[in-house]
Write a protein that binds this ligand. Structure first.
Ligand SMILES: Cc1cc2nc3c(=O)[nH]c(=O)nc-3n(C[C@H](O)[C@H](O)[C@H](O)COP(=O)(O)O)c2cc1C
Length: 512
């Protein structure tokens, strides 16, 4: 096989870019009769119903054993539960606490128990419609999990672990090869919810995204042609003193694949990239590092003589006992259209504060240092079209110094409409947030698996933006379809920055 100059992840990224000249040819008509069902069903297994525990708040339950079930039920519900049903001519469409590209919900959530007084050892699948855990495998797999995760220290001190998987076809059915980006963004949103829903119930998910893929898939009995693990999350129960664990690195590098055919047929790119990003099973020892407490990294871009606007803000308030967060998770919906109205600069500042400064939320009992894969690799640019008190244009957001730095000076509404594939959300939003990353640099560090890490982190940041917006009564929607290169050209975003994800923010149209 020839050595290519681009790694397979770069090749995939180039090949799946949307471009105005080729997008028509890439669009295939959808075969609705083949749309995958977004739920897994088990013929055998023992269901552990969680629904009845939702009726009473955990703090109203005195018995700690009973309380555990109430906490667990709420943890699953707020993370990935069903919060809306839309009747259709065939099967109803169920909405969940997380958004999902096209409402296709490729992510599945599994629980692995080491064997506790509440949950016998084995494997459980979270059945969203029933709000139940299906115990489908009764043997202890914890040692196999530790092996598969190269003895990550967070698995030493915990009894339960979640695994987020993705069923590719649920999304690829519609988005073909580009679905890989979307399933990772979706999973990232779910990681954001797991982090926050965990804080609500004193569970602390420790993220592991560096694991031997085949080994995790095998232990869950996944058919890894169709479904694959994306993240493993040992869950520390913070009600147990011995489960207050330090933080550890979450990611490890894969290989960087350069020996591939540049003529991979369309329809096979997703699978080939996923294979290339895998970490093989081995008995190598990983020296899992503690992350730096205060990363001393300067903001990436500084532009001399540009307008700089400081963004420090009062934190968003989530109420006593975080009831405001619970309400927000339940009522979150993606805005379907904006009325073109303005947001205030203070609103934008508060959205940025919650998204990028979790340390400001320590007094509200939220996690002050949630796990990401490597969030310092993700940059933020904001196209401003309607923020009262802020000149229109495109800005780089410098998270450490907390300031916006203007790089372009015009109203981009017209162009944003085009860049977002003609979606009015882009045109009518007051601000459009772009998450980007230097793909080449990220691959140098993490191999082709960087592609997963960047999209997971972008989705996680997107979820924080979503929840902050909903809390403040601001409209919000993700957008994963855009003319990649045109975004950089039009908005002045440096060409090395691969655009990962868009989040639009604005005033919702009535009923939108
Ligand atoms: C990764 C991602 C990409 C999305 N892309 C778009 C998009 O391009 N256009 C759009 O209108 N909505 C988009 N959405 C919003 C979904 O359509 C929405 O989440 C889904 O229909 C479920 O509805 P809900 O978010 O209101 O629960 C996206 C959501 C996610 C998570």
């Amino acid at each position: 096989m020839p050595e290519q100059s681009l790694s397979l992840a770069q090749h995939y990224h180039e090949r799946t870019k949307y471009d105005p000249d080729t997008i028509q040819a890439k669009n295939h008509p959808l075969d609705w009769s083949r749309q995958p069902v977004p739920f897994k069903e088990y013929k055998i297994g023992m269901p552990f119903g969680l629904r009845s525990y939702l009726e009473t708040r955990p703090e109203e339950v005195a018995d700690p054993d009973e309380q555990f079930w109430h906490r667990l039920a709420r943890f699953f519900f707020f993370s990935y539960g069903i919060t809306g049903v839309l009747p259709t001519e065939s099967t109803p469409h169920y909405f969940r606490t997380v958004p999902s590209a096209g409402g296709l919900y490729p992510a599945e959530l599994y629980l692995i128990s080491r064997g506790t007084q509440h949950l016998p050892a084995g494997l459980y699948n979270y059945q969203t419609r029933q709000h139940a855990l299906m115990h489908y495998w009764e043997n202890d797999v914890w040692d196999a999990l530790r092996d598969a995760c190269f003895w990550h220290p967070a698995l030493d001190g915990t009894q339960l672990a979640l695994v987020v998987t993705t069923v590719f076809e649920r999304s690829a059915w519609r988005y073909q090869d580009r679905a890989y980006r979307r399933v990772l963004l979706d999973s990232g949103h779910l990681l954001g919810n797991l982090e926050l829903a965990g804080s609500l119930q004193d569970f602390r998910p420790h993220l592991i995204t560096g694991f031997a893929d085949r080994a995790v898939n095998d232990l869950l009995y996944l058919d890894d042609q169709t479904e694959s693990a994306i993240a493993v999350l040992p869950i520390a129960d913070l009600k147990q003193l011995n489960q207050h664990l330090p933080l550890f690195q979450t990611a490890i590098a894969s290989e960087t694949k350069r020996n591939y055919s540049s003529r991979i047929p369309d329809g096979q790119l997703l699978d080939q990239l996923h294979q290339a990003t895998q970490i093989p099973v081995s008995d190598r020892k990983i020296p899992w590092q503690r992350p730096e407490v205060t990363p001393d990294r300067p903001d990436k871009y500084n532009f001399p003589f540009c307008l700089k606007v400081e963004t420090r803000s009062q934190p968003i308030l989530w109420n006593q006992d975080l009831t405001g967060l619970e309400e927000t998770l339940i009522k979150r919906r993606s805005t379907r259209s904006y009325n073109g109205g303005e947001l205030t600069l203070n609103e934008l500042k508060a959205l940025l504060d919650f998204t990028y400064h979790p340390e400001h939320y320590i007094e509200q009992h939220l996690d002050h240092n949630p796990d990401y894969c490597d969030v310092n690799l993700v940059e933020t640019f904001i196209a401003v079209s309607g923020i009262q008190g802020l000149e229109d244009g495109c800005y780089y957001y410098a998270p450490h110094l907390q300031e916006l730095r203007q790089i372009r000076f015009k109203n981009f509404r017209h162009e944003l409409h085009f860049l977002c594939l003609g979606q009015e959300l882009g045109r009518d939003a007051a601000a459009v947030v772009f998450h980007t990353a230097d793909l080449v640099g990220a691959i140098e560090q993490w191999g082709d698996r960087a592609y997963r890490y960047l999209h997971l982190d972008a989705g996680h940041l997107g979820q924080r933006l979503n929840l902050a917006a909903i809390r403040m009564g601001i409209g919000v929607s993700g957008i994963a379809g855009f003319f990649d290169d045109r975004v950089n050209e039009t908005l002045g975003i440096p060409i090395d920055e691969a655009v990962l994800y868009i989040t639009t923010l604005g005033r919702p149209r009535r009923g939108g």
